[in-house]
Write a protein that binds this ligand. Structure first.
Ligand code: ZN
Length: 489
């Protein structure tokens, strides 16, 4: 232990000896924090990440105004473990949110809202995914917490009945509603010293049904090709003349239109900040909880199970005028577990001792690289797949899960994302030394990451209505349906 600490001190001394002047300007007063997370948003469908269609003009402008991380990886490509990691700065294995039985975020974790609340911030959130609701503990630390699918003007039974219909959950909320509620929240909080507002948009999550005015966007831009519709999750199916649409191009177009719709709503949100004179003193952070496999690795229109880039790589943009360098792009791989310590450093606060992520501020200002390795787990009901990144390399371990036929094999794969971003060519045999280094790093991480040691007989907190809502969103799994047979898909 003594040796390890000495090593850390030595590295820190060496780093400070050759340190460049940081480009992150010194803080004068703590800025407001606006965290925008967008469900199911692949980085590579945004213009600033190289997409061919103008799906994201406002997000792209935000990237020009601030720092864009080109290679950000989620710790687990599912909604609640990903957001739990971002909000606590800890891995799912440690914070205890991801394991069976499905349990809320354990209270002993310190959330970003709690850390900022302790620093005097007024805190509020608007979430549009039921997996991030009060029931799952994501309200922890917030003074105000809005579940945007709840309609206060309707009776409880009426609005609940609507949500029980498969595919209708998104009818209860949308980006317009989240922006409206977000603006109202900002208005109510901005009177105080500083605010932290978290908005979680749901719209690119299936079923992809953008508002009517987006339905004709880019109509001729997609190649028509058939998708094996029975490999597509049922909640994604759309119909024409009573028959399921099997054209993958249709679904891709609808996905892109959902992104443009959210982008327009983010534009409206940020315009409001500008009109109110809050832009200059608000740290805006934009990211996503995971991506989506549209037509990769023989998977269609789904997320949550694979360790591959369409699910793992998400946008990450931070903007704070006058303090973060405009137009900076960080190319090195980073993990979203680093988000909380990064935000805390930018508002002048230190993370708590339990934090496993590391601030990305030194990577932004060029004084130190981000963590050498970035880790990812994935799987439907267990961490069946693992991946580790270092630079251009990505090592994948496919283990033998009990919950998915698709990956019922144990194997290792190595990808050189520099030349093969689509992970088409497994180069494990060509680079045994790289593979061995990454394998050792993964093993070390698995062995040294503390496991959540909560009670194994915690009560199951999902009632039947919540299970039905989750099923309607495509979360029909063993977490939700413990007493039911696993879905045959
Ligand atoms: Zn999600």
């Amino acid at each position: 232990m003594r040796l390890a600490v000495s090593g850390v001190v030595l590295v820190a001394l060496l780093a400070s000896a050759c340190r460049r002047e940081p480009e992150v300007a010194p803080r004068t007063a703590p800025p407001n924090v606006l965290l925008i997370s967008i469900d199911t948003l692949r980085a590579d469908r945004l213009g600033s990440y190289g997409y061919r269609l103008p799906t994201s003009p406002r997000i792209d402008r935000l990237a020009e105004q601030g720092v864009r991380f080109d290679d950000a990886t989620v710790p687990w490509p599912r909604t609640w473990p990903a957001m739990a990691s971002m909000l606590t700065g800890t891995y799912p294995a440690t914070n205890g949110v991801a394991f069976r039985p499905r349990r809320p975020l354990p209270r002993e974790n310190e959330t970003l809202a709690e850390a900022l609340g302790a620093a005097g911030y007024a805190t509020g959130a608007v979430v549009a995914n039921v997996n991030l609701g009060r029931r799952f503990g994501f309200d922890q630390g917030f003074d105000h917490f809005v579940e945007s699918w709840v309609d206060p003007t309707r009776s409880r039974s009426e609005s609940d009945d609507e949500k029980l219909l498969p595919g209708r959950v998104k009818a209860s909320t949308n980006a317009t509603k989240v922006t409206d509620e977000g603006i109202a929240l900002i208005e109510s909080l901005a009177r105080r010293e500083a605010f932290f507002v978290w908005l979680h948009y749901l719209d690119p999550h299936g079923p992809y049904r953008p508002p009517a005015k987006y339905e004709t966007l880019w109509r001729d831009e997609y190649v028509r090709r058939d998708v094996p519709i029975h490999r597509v999750p049922r909640y994604q199916w759309q119909y024409r003349d009573g028959e399921p649409i099997v054209d993958l191009g249709h679904y891709e177009a609808q996905y892109d239109r959902e992104i443009r719709y959210v982008d327009d709503e983010i534009a409206r949100l940020l315009e409001h900040l500008e009109r109110r004179g809050l832009s200059e003193d608000t740290l805006v952070v934009l990211t996503a909880d995971h991506g989506e496999l549209l037509n990769e690795h023989r998977e269609f229109l789904r997320h949550g199970t694979s360790p591959y880039q369409p699910e793992a790589r998400v946008p990450l943009v931070l903007a704070l005028p006058g303090r973060l360098p405009a137009g900076r792009v960080v190319d090195q791989p980073v993990g979203l577990v680093d988000l909380k310590p990064t935000i805390l450093e930018l508002v002048g606060r230190a993370p708590n001792a339990a934090t496993q992520g590391r601030s990305l501020v030194p990577a932004i200002d060029g004084t130190a690289p981000p963590s050498e390795f970035v880790f990812l787990e994935s799987g439907w009901t267990e961490p069946s797949q693992l991946a580790v990144r270092k630079g251009r390399w990505k090592l994948v371990q496919l283990r033998a899960p009990r919950d998915r036929r698709r990956f019922r094999r144990e194997t290792w794969e190595l990808y050189d994302l520099g030349g093969d971003p689509a992970e088409q060519n497994d180069v494990l045999r060509d680079h045994p030394r790289v593979a061995a280094e990454l394998r050792a790093a993964l093993r070390r991480w698995r062995e040294t990451t503390p496991r959540y040691a909560g009670s194994s007989d915690e009560p199951e907190l999902l009632d039947e209505q919540t299970r039905a809502m989750l099923r309607a969103l495509g979360y029909a799994d063993a977490h939700v349906e413990r007493a039911r047979p696993a879905p045959s898909e």
